[in-house]
Design a protein around this ligand. Sequence first.
Ligand code: NDP
Length: 276
Amino acid sequence: MSAEAHRFAVFGHPIAHSLSPQIHQAFADQLGIRLSYETIDAAPDQFEPAVRRFFAEGGLGANVTMPHKIAALNVAAERSEAAIRAGAANTLTPLVGGKLQAHNTDGSGFVRDITERHSLDLRGHDALLLGAGGAARAVAWALMDAGVQTLTIVNRSPDRADELADAIGEPARCHTRYWDDLEGKCFDLVVNATSIGVIGGSFDLPMSILQDHSTCYDLCYGAAAADFKGWATAAGTRYFRDGLGMLVEQAADAFERWHGQRPDTDPVYNLLRQRY
Ligand code: NDP
């Protein structure tokens, strides 16, 4: 069994910072699976040829991160419901005949982290989602599937929030508000799915939207989660979670699709937690 026959990769631009190789290698070591998992830096105009070449050369699976998640959906001949709903894919799997299947594990990874690792039962929760980009779309559907009572979506560009709520199509449970129209509202869960922590911006939100028991969750982790954590802490949250667990869980969902075995995510999460 050559390493080449078990070749996996993550595509992004930039990609050197990615933890995916470390996470997948740790899962593989745990389960006694031999693989090679590399990072492939592809500029946007090189993404499709690089992906085609990777799979033509025997690649068995690829993860995809920014800025290629929409392109990843478009290169695939087959798309899972999760990928269609998110309008983006983070997992590509080869099919017979050189075709690709696109899937999205961001939503399932988020829900698994928050419900299993952090033991939060989302049923009956009033949730606020900040953002309407690729990750927010995946998370919005996942929150709805997990049984939140209401989902309020706010986004800097309100039309994108409206599009997402329209796509979900349950106006009694899922609706939008303007970012500056949250005064007087209370939420059990506030999820930051914007890229403010990475590219800059401010969390200009009324602190009164949190209650004593409210959880704040940032899809970012490490230094990129500092701004939202700062707002959430100032607003008095006792339950702040970051996206490191989501990162590990979405990787585990992709790993399970490719290898047919589910790794134990806790040791990998705990190892990364020491560093981030
Ligand atoms: P996108 O670029 O698709 O979306 C970015 C979102 O952030 C949009 O809603 C955008 O609003 C909003 N935004 C950007 N700048 C500002 C600002 N200054 N003020 C207010 N809103 C702003 O990114 P993704 O959805 O792919 O990723 C979002 C974040 O989630 C990233 O930081 C990423 O690292 C993280 N992530 C974490 C994962 C994990 O496993 N932990 C997995 C996936 C993503 P607008 O529509 O107006 O542009």
